[in-house]
Ligand binder design. Structure first.
Ligand SMILES: [Zn+2]
Length: 485
């Protein structure tokens, strides 16, 4: 009797997030399937294991495909699985599986259920019904996972999914009792260094473009595997997570995410990047010192124009019309830039001007109340305390909603205070040196632009037709009124 060939069986196991969470790993699935195969006198010729994380994600399952191919060729005569929900994820897959197995008399044994005899229409109907049930249950599970994520967010924990740029996941940690505790999120140093330097660069008055260029030079790669563009860099810099705040649906939920930048620096950078005074499009368009800074006598901004060796500034009215319009300013770029730089650097170096600028900035700084991490932490812990009392029934729904709204308002108020003041950082970084004039001249063009826009009003006078020589008399450079004080 030992010479008699036993029916050839395949074991199919699938790991997905839901069962992994219940400790039902593939090893246990396979072991139980093997025992069932033994009890039924089957010879297991092959074990197929797929690792797919979401039960209804519809991801390809290479091993499942391979097993179907082996069923087709007759290599496999019986399938053993934990239950059909491991084997098949959708009712449509069941239909296909029936079409494959029924003509070949291939049955399916389940550890966790009955034999699925596909030759019997009654058994097929039961299998289909079971599948509908599993599909529904899986959808419920995904609801449950969402609820768990919400809860995790409330306590500042990692929500799962792709780890955001700037952090990495340290895989499974085992505690002292040998229990697996899941992953932990830690700061990813090279990426975090870029986020930190990018945030500081914005605060120091540099542009998003230069930060983007720096990231590209450092080899930073976005989700698509390419270098990041300004929009992506901006999005990354503006994530509250960078300052350790975990968010859920736009609300600050906690502050125990590992921070990359101090909250106060983050808020300054955020205020600058989101300031309505800094149109993003214009920011990326202007590469020349006085584009969008100097004014034509008509009041419109000048923009840079032309081939490198003969570049000029023209009133933006020209650009808008696409052809030359008489009666608007037009200057060669080189001489005008040179003149403006020498005049303004001289101004910035003057002790009276410098003192006035510093005084103005001090006044702005005094009116600013930095949002400290402690403020947010206090509010978040108030909120959690509130949740506890509400779940214990110590406060009713009305009181809960009232208190919750109060906390939300307080957080919003804290945010609003810091939004008010975003500018002046570039000016300050130049002035806070021994020689502000020299500091201005050695700054990158974008910082010089910030300073000029913040401190001076530069306007071109009517000059008649351009005669090829630069006339300083046709340029007016004054300190802005706010700074004149
Ligand atoms: Zn004009």
């Amino acid at each position: 009797m030992t010479t008699m060939q036993r029916p050839r069986a395949a074991i199919y196991a699938r790991i997905s997030r839901d069962i992994a969470g219940q400790g039902l790993g593939t090893e246990r699935q396979v072991a139980e399937c093997q025992a069932l195969a033994d009890r039924n006198g089957l010879e297991v010729v092959r074990v197929y294991v797929d690792n797919d994380i979401s039960a209804f994600g519809g991801r390809p399952r290479p091993e499942f495909e391979r097993m179907q191919a082996d069923i087709r060729t007759g290599t496999v005569q019986t399938v053993v699985c934990w239950d059909t929900s491991r084997l098949l994820r959708k009712t449509r897959e069941l239909e296909d599986f029936i079409d494959l197995c029924q003509p070949r008399n291939v049955d399916t044994l389940q550890v966790n259920g009955l034999r699925v005899d596909l030759s019997s229409s009654h058994s097929r109907a039961i299998a289909k019904q079971g599948m509908v049930y599993h599909q529904m249950e899986s959808e419920l599970k995904s609801e449950r996972i969402k609820a768990q994520k919400r809860q995790a967010a409330a306590s500042g924990k990692y929500l799962g999914g792709r780890v955001p740029y700037g952090w990495r996941k340290v895989d499974t940690i085992t505690d002292t009792l040998g229990r697996v505790r899941g992953g932990q999120i830690v700061v990813d140093d090279p990426a975090a260094a870029l986020i930190r330097s990018g945030t500081e660069a914005i605060v120091a008055g540099r542009s998003l473009i230069s930060v983007t260029r720096e990231w590209a030079d450092a080899g930073a790669i976005g989700l698509t595997g390419n270098r990041m563009n300004t929009t992506q860099v901006r999005r990354i810099l503006l994530r509250p997570r960078n300052a350790g705040l975990s968010m859920f649906h736009g609300q600050v939920m906690g502050n125990d995410w590992p921070a990359i930048v101090p909250l106060s620096t983050f808020r300054k950078m955020e205020a600058i990047l989101t300031s309505p005074d800094r149109p993003r499009q214009a920011e990326s368009k202007f590469r020349y010192l006085l584009s969008g800074v100097a004014l034509c006598y008509c009041g419109a901004y000048m923009t840079g124009f032309g081939a490198p060796e003969r570049r000029s500034y023209r009133c933006s009215v020209h650009q808008a019309g696409g052809r030359y319009i008489r009666g608007h300013a037009n200057r060669a770029m080189g001489p005008l830039d040179h003149y403006v730089r020498s005049v303004t650097s001289h101004y910035l170096g003057r002790s009276d001007v410098r003192a006035q600028l510093l005084k103005d900035m001090q006044r702005l700084a005094d009116s600013e109340r930095p949002v400290e991490s402690a403020d947010i932490a206090r509010l978040v812990s108030m909120k959690q305390d509130l949740i506890r009392r509400w779940t214990r029934g110590e406060i009713d729904d009305g009181e809960w909603e009232e208190a919750r709204q109060e906390i939300v308002n307080q957080i919003a108020a804290l945010e609003a205070v810091t939004k008010a003041n975003g500018g002046n950082r570039a000016v300050f970084s130049a002035l806070a040196t021994e020689d502000p004039g020299a500091a201005f001249l050695s700054s990158p063009v974008e910082v010089q632009r910030e300073i000029l826009r913040e401190v001076f009003r530069i306007q071109l006078r009517e000059s008649g037709p351009y005669r090829g020589t630069f006339d300083p008399e046709t340029v007016s450079i004054t300190l802005k009124e706010a700074m004149d004080g």
